[in-house]
Structure formats: structure tokens, C-alpha cells
Design a protein around this ligand. Structure first.
Ligand SMILES: Cc1ncc(COP(=O)(O)O)c(C=O)c1O
Length: 385
């Protein structure tokens, strides 16, 4: 199985493997990392071949994204995979998803206007939101382990005034996939109170439950920002896109990128990889999903119930959200023990808003994952309970 292949990523300027010390401190270079959300898998062969062919051309002058091949590949992906019709004119290139969110908020949210979002949440959101008034809605786990939002609180706050709801669909780090019923309810509230729904769908393709893009349900007040980079493991090639049906918001976005921030030429490798990924690599995504589900099942078999740990298969993403509250181990003690005894670099839930969780990246060969699981067990065994 191709996803089993262990490929040495060290000495490739790789954030996950070469810069462990940046996140876990001095002397942690030799830990096995399960941290930042990229994978240890090679991109699909058609992407690699297309990149090599373009690299061999040898001329890397300024480039363009506003053409049929790029926009058509995205439009096609949404139609085939999500049964969602988007118009090519709605698509705008952007260097990264987080950059898109940042400029959309800058363009739309003025003075004391408020942004609503969930907690726990992706730390990239938290960094952007620092400069804004934010209303947090807690995602709460029900008895079946499914995360739910609080529509009553959402409506109460909408009544007072919210400009943008920043959603993550599926959610990082909980892996929640928003159901059509939930999305309809949220969209109905957004329309009623004139709130823009900005949905970050970067994790949409790696899922164990059907994902609905918000634009399938409504095009009036919704925007999607996404990228092929998580699915196909290409974030260092650069490139993402925003899908903005509202022409005024879209024009502001394009103006912001081109005129204010002077970003006109995309990275050609990001453009090529997106076109090839979306046109030729759907079968690869099916296989990737199967492999990740097997990894998730392995983690659940090994860790759920182990000395009080609690973990279930997430509805989406290659990120697992492990609860250690019932172990009664102190947060700092476990963090230290994971590094010193377990020899593993695993993100603390503190980064996302829940200190009693660990976020484990299972986008890796099973052989590496086994090292991680042994490390977690050793670390837990070493702590006082
Ligand atoms: C929800 C979410 N959005 C955005 C990103 C980052 O995307 P980009 O590098 O395109 O900004 C990540 C990466 O982990 C993510 O999890």
C-alpha cells in the first residue's frame, strides 16, 4: 500500500520534522512529530509528474490564475464531489486560506462590529481574531460523542449584532462535520440577521461523513475559502481559493489582493497542482480516506479506555482529539512526559482552547503511528494518576 511508505522528511526544510524545537523547545529535535497539519504522504503521481514537467521548462516568469483550466478544475470538483454548483466567476485565487480570511475580515468588519466563531478552534483563527471583538460559541460533545453548537446563544448574539460568522467545515480540531440540517439552521439565522457566513472548508475532502459546502444551500450571504493543499499535501507549493458569489465582496477582495497588497502573480506550482489534483486524482483521495480511517481505528483500539483516555474516530480530518481529563494527570506533567519519556511531539489542546486534550495527527504511515501510540502510553504510564 503506497501510504505505508516511510519517507525521510528530515533536512528538507520541513516544518513538522526539521523545526520541532520551535514548538516543543530546545533539545526536542529527535522526537517523532505528530504536530502541524500536513501529512507524511507523497502527493499523487500525476501532480509530481506535472510539477517536474513544468520545472523542466525552466522559465518561471510571472503567471496567471484567471483562466478556464484553473477555475474549471475547482468548479468541476465541487460539482462531482459535492453535487454543488458554483460559477467560475465566483472563484478568486489567494496565496493561502488564512490570508483570505484575514483580508475578508479586514474588508467587512468595521470599528466595533463583532465576529462569531466556535471554540475549540484552529489556532490560526485565534491569531487573526486577536484584533477583533469576538463572540465564542462553545462546541459541546453530546453523549454520543458528537459535537453540537448552541443555536439559542447564536440567535441571542445575532440580535445584538454580529457581522461575520467564521465557520470551519469540517472543524479543526474536533473533526466535526456540519450536517445539512445544522447548516440550514445557521444559514437561516445568518440571512435573518444579515450576518456573512465565512466557511473555511480546507479539510472537506478527508471525511467519514458527507460534507455539505455552505454554497450548496445558499449563495446570498455565504463565502467559502479552501484549498487542495490539505488533501493532496501541497501547502508549500502555495495557492488557495475563495468562492465569493457576492460581487461587491468579491471585487473588494480582488482589489485588496491586487492593489493594496500588490499580489498579482500566483505560484505556478500551486496552480498546476490544483488543476491536476482536482481533474485527475479523485481515486487517490478515496484511497487516502480509507487509509486514514484505518489509522483512526487503530488509535481508538489502542488508546480509548487506556488508563482513562478517551478518543473516538472523528467525522472528518486526519486529526484526532484525545481527551485525558479522566486520567486526572496534570496538564503540564503530561506535556513534559510526552517529550521526555514518550519522545513524541504532539500538540497540546491548549493551543485550540481545551487544555485536557491532545491533537494527534494521524496523516502518516501506520508504522510511524505505532511509535506515537507507544510514546503516548509510555508518557501516560510515567505520570502520577
Ligand atoms: C482550518 C484550517 N484553515 C486553514 C489552514 C491553513 O491553510 P493555509 O496554509 O492555506 O492558510 C489550516 C491548517 O492547518 C487549517 O486547519
Amino acid at each position: 500500500m503506497k501510504f505505508d511508505e516511510i519517507i525521510d522528511r528530515r533536512d528538507t526544510y520541513c516544518t513538522q520534522w526539521d523545526y520541532i524545537e520551535d514548538r516543543f523547545g530546545k533539545g526536542t529535535k529527535n522526537l517523532t512529530p505528530f504536530s502541524i497539519s500536513d501529512t507524511d504522504f507523497k502527493s499523487p503521481e500525476p501532480i509530481i509528474k506535472a510539477i517536474i514537467k513544468r520545472a523542466e521548462h525552466g522559465i518561471f516568469g510571472y503567471s496567471r490564475w484567471n483562466h478556464e483550466e484553473y477555475k474549471g478544475s475547482i468548479e468541476n470538483w465541487y460539482r462531482r464531489r459535492y453535487n454543488t454548483r458554483i460559477e467560475k466567476d465566483w472563484i478568486v485565487y489567494s496565496p493561502t486560506v488564512i490570508y483570505s480570511i484575514s483580508i475578508i475580515l479586514e474588508d467587512l468588519v468595521k470599528n466595533n462590529e463583532k465576529i462569531m466563531t466556535h471554540t475549540p478552534r484552529y489556532d490560526g483563527f485565534t491569531k487573526i481574531l486577536k484584533e477583533y471583538q469576538v463572540i465564542e460559541i462553545s462546541l459541546l460533545e453530546n453523549k454520543d460523542g458528537i459535537y453540537e453548537t448552541d443555536f439559542i446563544k447564536i440567535e441571542e448574539e445575532f440580535k445584538i449584532g454580529v457581522k461575520v460568522f467564521l465557520l470551519c467545515n469540517p472543524e479543526n480540531p474536533t473533526g466535526k462535520v456540519w450536517s445539512q440540517t445544522e447548516l440550514r439552521k445557521l444559514i437561516q439565522l445568518c440571512n435573518k440577521y444579515n450576518v456573512i457566513l465565512l466557511s473555511d472548508d480546507i479539510h472537506m475532502d478527508i471525511a467519514r461523513k458527507d460534507v455539505t459546502p455552505v454554497l450548496k444551500l445558499d449563495t446570498e450571504n455565504c463565502i467559502i475559502v479552501s484549498s487542495a493543499s490539505k488533501t493532496f499535501n501541497t501547502p508549500s507549493l502555495g495557492g488557495s481559493y475563495a468562492i465569493i458569489p457576492n460581487i461587491k465582496i468579491r471585487d473588494k477582495f480582488i482589489n485588496h489582493i491586487k492593489e493594496k497588497d500588490s499580489l498579482s502573480s500566483p505560484n505556478i506550482f500551486g496552480i498546476i497542482s490544483t488543476i491536476v489534483a482536482y481533474n485527475q486524482c479523485e481515486q487517490w483521495v478515496e484511497e487516502l480516506n480509507k487509509y486514514i480511517t484505518i489509522n483512526c481505528q487503530y488509535v481508538v483500539n489502542e488508546l480509548n479506555g487506556y488508563k482513562g483516555l478517551k478518543v473516538s474516530i472523528p467525522e472528518a480530518t486526519y486529526l484526532m482529539w484525545i481527551d485525558f481529563k479522566n486520567t486526572e494527570i496534570k496538564v503540564d506533567e503530561l506535556k513534559k512526559s510526552l517529550v521526555k519519556v514518550g519522545k513524541v511531539a504532539i500538540m497540546s489542546g491548549e493551543n485550540y482552547g481545551d487544555k485536557y486534550k491532545l491533537r494527534l495527527n494521524v496523516g502518516c504511515p501506520l508504522e510511524k503511528l505505532k511509535i506515537g501510540i507507544l510514546g503516548i502510553k509510555r508518557a501516560v504510564d510515567n505520570c502520577k494518576q
